[in-house]
Ligand binder design. Structure first.
Ligand SMILES: Cc1cc2nc3c(=O)[nH]c(=O)nc-3n(C[C@H](O)[C@H](O)[C@H](O)COP(=O)(O)OP(=O)(O)OC[C@H]3O[C@@H](n4cnc5c(N)ncnc54)[C@H](O)[C@@H]3O)c2cc1C
Length: 168
């Protein structure tokens, strides 16, 4: 059902895609918004155990959209270096298609917030993190994205360098 990449020579393997998702800190979540308009909204996230987690307010456009239709995609741009003399950019990105779920279970919500907290404040103590979560818990919703299809693509030049053994 999901499309094949036309320029398959530029396609990244699963492992590289997961590395990009792990090091990224934000991406753009695309949902089916109001009146058929796609709604693409930038969000921070954490990638853990093969899933992506987002936290947000308990109301709003994206939450309404996800509740109405769980099919979403999420794009992370890993690299975007402008190369003026070539009229191009050396890019690298990942797109995840999958199903989004607004977590309702308190233990699941806390576990996801702990993952987010550890990702964004790794030096905080467990007590500090627990305190921060307790403070925000009543105001926060968590969306879990279970990937169904992950693709990654990079500029030809980056692909060439990778094959030569230089990862950047
Ligand atoms: C890099 C980055 C990381 C972010 N991380 C998070 C995060 O982890 N959690 C979180 O909740 N929010 C985050 N935000 C803010 C996020 O993009 C949304 O503004 C926020 O989540 C509210 O979304 P909503 O659909 O509930 O907004 P609503 O206020 O319900 O949206 C109503 C309308 O406001 C407009 N709008 C909403 N957000 C934006 C926006 N960012 N830019 C332009 N127009 C907008 C749209 O037209 C939308 O239809 C981040 C933003 C950036 C740029």
């Amino acid at each position: 059902m999901f499309r094949k990449m036309r320029r398959s020579a530029q396609e990244l393997g699963r492992e590289v895609c997961e590395e990009i998702l792990s090091r990224g800190t934000s991406g753009v979540l695309a949902v089916l918004g109001d009146e058929g308009y796609p709604y693409a909204v930038p969000l921070s996230y954490v990638f853990a155990d093969g899933k992506l987690y987002f936290h947000c307010a308990r109301q709003g456009h994206k939450l309404d959209a996800v509740r109405a239709c769980d099919k979403v995609s999420f794009c992370v741009v890993d690299k975007d270096d402008v190369v003026p003399e070539e009229y191009t950019t050396y890019f690298r990105s990942v797109i995840v298609f999958g199903r989004a779920r607004v977590l309702e279970d308190a233990a699941e919500i806390r576990a996801a917030l702990e993952r987010l907290g550890r990702r964004y404040h790794p030096s905080d103590s467990p007590e500090g993190l627990a305190h921060a979560i307790d403070r925000e818990l009543a105001a926060v919703a968590v969306i879990e994205l279970t990937p169904e299809h992950i693709t990654g693509k990079e500029a030809r030049e980056l692909m060439k360098r990778r094959k030569e053994g230089d990862k950047e």
